[in-house]
Design a protein around this ligand. Structure first.
Ligand SMILES: Cc1cc2nc3c(=O)[nH]c(=O)nc-3n(C[C@H](O)[C@H](O)[C@H](O)COP(=O)(O)OP(=O)(O)OC[C@H]3O[C@@H](n4cnc5c(N)ncnc54)[C@H](O)[C@@H]3O)c2cc1C
Length: 437
């Protein structure tokens, strides 16, 4: 029986493993194995909500082992650290616990077909001090680390204010005016509201200072100027200091330093200024990568130079010609990972059935940006919105939330996804609205 191994159970990889498990694994047509370095899956676009505390990662996470058991595939905990393409073996790093004791040794795993879906990491563009002093929102652990520091600092500030020791502010700086930076800024203001509701009453809006720093001339450079202006206006109304055309040249214990030599003093710093593929992909001999370190793929999504390996999502580099005739890369988004996972699923099944593979076609379905519960902005394309329609406010927020519901439907099926949506509504009433620990 063929061994199909998928590494990375994120937005694209988990959808693929679920699909292949149901269609091939359950029917004994192939052995499907998903490998991830974490025990559970959290949809990455929710990480800013985990960071602010509006989402409890423990409640929303999907356990890979349970999900695999229900959907006809196997799950293996491990971190991919190398690949021997000649022997079709991947190398998984040794797994150690927090005391340094080995849980699993470094080991090899054979594959007939391999799918790399290991996502991306933040790109610090080698800016000095960023890796030491800024937090990245690359995975749930980092989002939880930010949340923990946020809670600790709020509690400390509240005590200081109450005892009259100081009248200082909590200063948070976020670098990167893309969707992550914008959405996190708005979530932080929501968090402050809930902190005061739940007893930290000395803190007022004036005690939280959020500065969003963007090197380019405007926020959300990938979206239209209209959306960018609307988002800028709403954030400013909330109280966020938006600094466009401000390049950061270093980060240190006191804050960020700009190209002009100005210090943006900060207690907590988040770096969300762009992504790159996990660096070790560039060291796999014989495979080509682009400027972001993404593996170059053929239209079938097989990596260039090795038909036994597919790549999808943020770690795959696929150039296509846009409607305007310009060559561009498929953007690193959840919708791209979802679409690529569908094509890879079809191509693996077609190959097993002895049929020709299909070419991937990226369809831009639009973009949505949520400003917590305050507002949302976006543009939807395709389907009924053939030429594209702009959305704002409640309708845009509804469309934004439905993206996550669609991901849940892809992995759980619609009935269970609807039940989960219902459970979320109930939790909205019976559980605290914010995670304060
Ligand atoms: C805060 C935030 C908000 C975002 N908002 C949006 C949005 O609104 N809309 C949108 O379209 N996109 C959004 N994105 C981008 C989107 O999350 C990604 O493009 C998408 O998750 C990519 O999917 P993927 O399957 O390629 O990788 P991921 O979803 O990142 O999954 C990668 C998986 O691989 C695993 N992994 C990584 N390395 C290894 C290894 N060496 N060994 C084993 N396992 C490994 C990880 O644990 C993870 O489970 C957002 C991203 C962030 C951070």
């Amino acid at each position: 029986m063929q061994d199909i191994v998928i590494v990375g159970g994120g937005a694209g990889g988990l959808e693929l493993a679920t699909h292949l498990g149901r269609k091939l694994g359950r029917r004994g047509k192939a052995r499907i194995t998903l490998i991830d370095r974490n025990h559970t899956h959290i949809w990455k676009p929710l990480l800013h909500e985990v960071a602010s505390g509006s989402l409890d990662a423990d409640l929303d996470a999907v356990n890979y082992r349970v999900h695999a058991h229900r959907n006809g595939f196997q799950f293996e905990l491990g971190t991919l650290c190398g690949l021997d393409r000649t022997r079709r073996c991947l190398v998984l790093d040794a797994l150690v616990d927090d005391t340094g004791e080995e849980i699993l040794p470094r080991r090899e795993k054979h594959y007939d077909q391999l799918v790399l879906a290991i996502g991306s990491v933040s790109n610090d563009f080698n800016v000095a001090g960023v890796a030491q002093h800024c937090i990245f929102l690359d995975n749930p652990a980092q989002a939880q680390l930010f949340h923990q520091r946020l809670v600790d600092r709020f509690i400390r500030l509240d005590r200081e204010l109450e005892s009259g020791q100081s009248d200082r502010r909590l200063r948070i700086a976020i670098v990167g005016g893309g969707a992550t930076g914008v959405e996190l800024s708005a979530e932080l203001f929501k968090a402050r509201e809930w902190f005061s509701t739940y007893g930290l009453r000395t803190i007022t809006p004036a005690h939280l200072e959020v500065t969003l720093v963007e090197a380019g001339p405007r926020l959300l450079p990938a979206l239209s100027e209209r959306i960018s202006e609307g988002v800028h206006r709403e954030l400013t109304k909330l109280g966020v200091t938006v600094r466009t055309a401000t390049a950061v040249v270093s980060a240190g214990p006191e804050g960020l330093t700009t190209k002009e030599g100005e210090l943006i003093a900060s207690d907590l710093m988040v770096w969300a200024a762009g992504i790159k593929a996990p660096p070790f992909l560039a060291n796999i001999e014989g495979l080509e990568t682009n400027r972001l370190g993404q593996l170059l793929v053929e239209p079938t999504l097989q990596v260039k130079g090795d038909p036994a390996i597919f790549a999808l999502g943020d770690c795959a580099g696929y150039a296509f010609t846009g409607d305007d005739g310009e060559q561009r890369w498929v953007p690193p988004r959840a919708q791209s990972a979802h679409q690529m996972a569908s094509t890879v699923a079809q191509n693996i099944r077609r190959e097993l059935a002895g049929k020709d593979m299909q070419a991937f076609q990226y369809k831009d379905m639009g973009s949505l940006v949520s400003l917590s519960e305050y507002s949302a902005f976006g543009r939807l394309m395709g389907g009924l919105a053939r030429g594209g329609i702009s959305l704002e406010g409640k309708l845009a927020r509804l469309a934004y939330v439905s993206l996550y519901r669609m991901h849940q439907a892809a992995i759980h099926g619609w009935p269970r996804a609807m039940l989960l949506a219902f459970t979320d509504r109930i939790n909205h009433f019976i559980r605290p609205r914010f995670k304060l620990h």
